[in-house]
Write a protein that binds this ligand. Structure first.
Ligand code: DX5
Ligand code: ZN
Length: 224
């Protein structure tokens, strides 16, 4: 029986940087239609990654859609450059950002789903006044900046409390919880049981001996 709304969102951060398009096409051949794009500015997190021109380039020759995870200090500057006809969701961090509500509304105006991302140490009250303009909550289960890190198990109660918050707000059906960081074949079921429905998986797919089989294993795990 398929668990409603469950989805694997592969992060290409740990894929072969010399062949992003090949990695995406491999995933598409396995039925994948959503790619997680980790954007880092070297200021919000100690790493610098995938620019907007790369997204435009990757959109050619693939049919995948993208969820853009903006790990940047000034997300208002980057929403439009990363909005393309393939951008499904734009996920912004509220930490240190003065106009979160306005940026989320701008994302929706553009035609993408607005998502908010909470770092492991960020309390849930960061959600309090944006419930009317979010369509996804991404809970970081590692400290952001790099793939291949260990799942922070202490985030499991945060997933459950977020689910309870969404239910109280009456938006749990339209605003799924996504988790990001340290997802593997052991941690995905734990996060699923706690209430997560979308799972970013990076290293556990692209560092596997057979990434296409690894992707299929994850899909089977959340849709059995
Ligand atoms: C980390 C990124 C994650 C990361 C996930 O800052 O936001 O998306 O790439 O990779 P794994 O699954 O390898 O932890
Ligand atoms: Zn991410």
């Amino acid at each position: 029986m398929q668990t409603p709304l469950c989805k694997i969102s592969p992060s290409i951060l740990n894929s072969d940087w010399g062949d992003f398009r090949g990695s995406i096409q491999m995933l598409e051949q396995q039925g994948c239609d959503l790619i997680h794009l980790d954007v880092m500015d070297g200021h919000f997190v100690p790493n610098l990654t995938l620019g907007p021109d790369l997204l435009k380039h990757l959109s050619k020759g693939t049919t995948a859609r993208f969820e853009v995870h903006l790990m940047v200090s000034e997300p208002e500057k980057w929403v439009e450059p990363y909005f393309t006809d393939r951008t499904e969701t734009i996920l912004i961090h509220p930490e240190g950002v003065p106009h979160v509500h306005r940026i989320l509304e701008r994302i929706r105006e553009l035609g993408a789903k607005p998502g908010i991302v909470l770092n492991p140490g960020t309390p849930l009250n960061a959600l309090d006044w944006v419930g009317d303009c979010i369509e996804q909550v991404l809970l970081m289960t590692v400290n952001p900046g790099f793939g291949g890190q260990k799942f922070i198990r202490g985030m499991l109660p945060k997933i459950a409390q977020t689910r309870d918050w969404l239910v109280r707000k009456g938006i749990d059906a339209t605003c799924p919880i996504e988790v990001d960081g340290g997802m593997n074949l052991e941690t995905v079921p734990e996060a699923l049981n706690a209430g997560a429905r979308i799972f970013v998986v990076g290293a556990a797919i692209f560092m596997a001996d057979d990434p296409s089989k690894a992707y299929r294993d994850f899909v089977r795990l959340v849709t059995k």
